[in-house]
Design a protein around this ligand. Structure first.
Ligand code: HEM
Length: 436
C-alpha cells in the first residue's frame, strides 16, 4: 500500500493556536484538514508535547497491534477514570490483560444465543408502544432500548426507574465531560454539584444491580466468582459501571445513525424491509437468521463507516519509538481518527455516499485491515463488538418488519463529536405502521 509518508514530518505549518481553535470549533473538520495538509502522519507542536495524527491504516495497525506495548491509553481515557474507576476500558498492562481474560467468556460468540432472545423481547416491547404516524425522538428511543437490553443481558433485571436514572445521569456527565477532562484536583471538581450528583446516582444504581440480580447473568457471575481473588470490590464496581455505560451508549448511537441514513435513503430501507420479511416472517431472529440478514449487516457496517460512534482513539507513547520513519518521542499523544480514515477516498470510492452494497462480499475490494476500525483493534479491541453487531442487526430487522421510518426534516442530522459521535440536536422521525 502506497503512503505519502515524509520522513520526520515538520510540525504543523500554521500556528498551533489556529489548529486548536479549529479543534474547538469543529474537531471533525480540524482533523480532516490536518490529514489533507500533512498526509499520512501529521504533527502538531503543543505546549509540552507533540501530537501526531496517523492517517494511514498501516500506521494505525502499528499503534494498535504491532507496537501496542509502546503505548498507553491517551489522556482523555485516562481521565475517564474519574467516572469509571479502574474498569476494563481504563486499566493498563498486565492488570488489563488478566481482567480481559477473566471477563472474555461473557462475550464469546456462543453467548449471543443467550443474549439474542433478550434483545428480541426488549425490541418487540419497545416498538409495540409506538403509535402510527407519530414523530419519535429516535436518539432517545434507541438510548432507552439499548439500555434496557444491557440491563437485562448483563445484570438480569431492569428495576423500575433505573433507565430514567441512568439516562439522566449520562446526560449530565456527557455535558460536563470537558470538566472531567481538565486536570483538576478532585476537590475542585466537587464544586460542581450536578457532576457529583450524577456520579453518585450511577454508583448507587450499579451497586443495586450487583446486589439484587433477579437472574444472575454471566457477567455478574464472573465478577462475583472472582471476588477476593482477581477483582477487588472496587474493581467489580468499576467493571459493572463500565459495562452499564459502554454497553448501551455507543450501540444506541449506531442505531440512531442507521435510522437517520435509512430515513433519507428510502430505496435502501425498502431492501432492508424485504430482507426482514423474507428471512424473519413473523418470527424473532435466531442466531442463524442473524447470519442470513446480510443486507442488514451491510447497513450496519456502512453506518459504522460513515458515522463511527467512536470517532477518534488516543494513545500516549510510553517510550520513544518510530512509526513509518517518524520518531515519536515518549509522552507524545498519538491520535487515530475513524472519522478521517473511514472517509478517505484512497480506501472508499465516493466516501460521502451511503452505499451499503460496498460491503457485499463480492464487491469488497482488498482494502487494508485498518482502513475500517470502528471497534478499535489489537488487544484493546472492543469486547462488546459481537454483542453490539448482533444487537444492531436484530433491532433493525425487527423494527423494519413492522415500521417504516421517514425523516421529519429535510437534511441528515449533523454529527457533533463529544465523547462519542452524537447528533447536534434531538432528531424526530415519523414512524408508520407497515401493512404486513
Ligand atoms: C457500536 C457499538 C460500539 C462501538 C462503536 C464501540 C467502540 C469501542 C472502541 C473503539 C473501543 C476501543 C477503545 C480504545 O482502544 O481506546 C472499545 C472498547 C471497549 N468497549 Fe466498545 N463499542 C461498542 C459497543 C460496546 C458494547 C456493547 C460493550 C459492552 C458489552 C462495550 C464495551 C467496551 C469495553 C469494556 C471496552 C474496553 C476493552 C478493553 O480495553 O479491553 N462496547 N469500544
Amino acid at each position: 500500500m502506497e503512503t505519502n509518508l515524509v520522513l520526520e514530518q515538520p510540525a504543523y505549518k500554521t500556528s498551533t493556536f489556529h489548529f486548536l481553535w479549529k479543534v474547538f470549533r469543529n474537531p471533525l473538520d480540524a482533523l480532516t484538514d490536518l490529514a489533507r495538509e500533512q498526509g499520512d502522519i501529521a504533527r502538531v507542536k503543543l505546549r509540552r508535547r507533540d501530537l501526531f495524527l496517523l492517517n494511514h491504516p498501516a500506521f494505525i495497525e502499528e499503534v494498535l497491534v504491532r507496537q501496542a506495548d509502546n503505548f498507553v491509553k491517551g489522556p482523555s481515557l485516562q481521565r475517564a477514570r474519574i467516572i469509571l474507576g479502574e474498569g476494563l476500558l481504563t486499566s493498563e498492562g498486565d492488570e488489563h490483560l488478566a481482567q480481559r481474560r477473566a471477563l472474555q467468556p461473557a462475550f464469546h460468540r456462543h453467548k449471543m444465543e443467550e443474549y439474542l432472545p433478550l434483545m428480541n423481547e426488549n425490541t418487540h416491547t419497545h416498538i409495540s408502544k409506538w403509535k402510527d404516524a407519530e414523530a419519535v425522538d429516535m436518539s432517545d428511543e434507541m438510548m432507552r432500548l439499548t439500555l434496557n437490553i444491557a440491563l437485562w443481558s448483563f445484570f438480569g433485571s431492569a428495576p423500575e426507574g433505573t433507565v430514567e436514572r441512568v439516562s439522566d445521569s449520562m446526560k449530565t456527565l456527557i455535558r460536563l465531560f470537558p470538566l472531567a477532562q481538565m486536570p483538576l484536583p478532585e476537590s475542585a471538581r466537587s464544586f460542581f454539584p450536578s457532576f457529583k450528583k450524577a456520579k453518585a446516582s450511577l454508583s448507587a444504581v450499579t451497586e443495586a444491580l450487583l446486589q439484587h440480580p433477579k437472574t444472575e447473568r454471566a457477567l455478574v457471575h464472573i465478577l462475583k466468582q472472582n471476588n477476593n481473588g482477581q477483582f477487588t470490590d472496587e474493581q467489580i464496581h468499576s467493571h459493572a459501571l463500565t459495562f452499564l455505560l459502554a454497553g448501551h451508549e455507543t450501540t444506541a448511537l449506531l442505531l440512531f445513525w442507521c435510522w437517520d441514513m435509512l430515513a433519507h435513503h428510502p430505496m435502501e430501507q425498502s431492501i432492508l424491509q424485504a430482507e426482514a420479511d423474507s428471512v424473519l416472517g413473523d418470527r424473532f431472529p435466531t442466531p442463524e437468521d442473524i447470519q442470513k440478514l446480510s443486507f442488514t449487516r451491510m447497513i450496519v457496517k456502512e453506518t459504522l463507516r460513515m458515522r463511527p460512534p467512536a470517532w477518534a482513539l488516543g494513545r500516549e507513547a510510553a517510550r520513544d519509538c518510530e512509526i513509518g520513519g517518524q520518531r515519536i518521542p515518549a509522552g507524545s499523544t498519538v491520535l487515530m481518527s475513524q472519522w478521517v480514515t473511514h472517509h478517505d477516498s484512497r480506501f472508499y470510492e465516493d466516501p460521502l455516499q451511503f452505499r451499503p452494497e460496498r460491503w457485499s462480499d463480492l464487491d469488497q475490494p482488498s482494502t487494508p485491515r485498518y482502513s475500517f476500525f470502528p471497534f478499535g483493534g489489537g488487544s484493546r479491541v472492543c469486547i462488546g463488538e459481537h454483542f453490539a453487531t448482533t444487537e444492531a442487526i436484530a433491532v433493525l430487522a425487527l423494527t423494519a418488519r413492522r415500521w417504516h421510518i421517514a425523516p421529519a426534516q429535510r437534511r441528515l442530522a449533523k454529527p457533533k463529536p463529544s465523547v462519542t459521535l452524537r447528533p447536534d440536536k434531538s432528531v424526530r422521525q415519523i414512524v408508520s405502521r407497515r401493512a404486513v
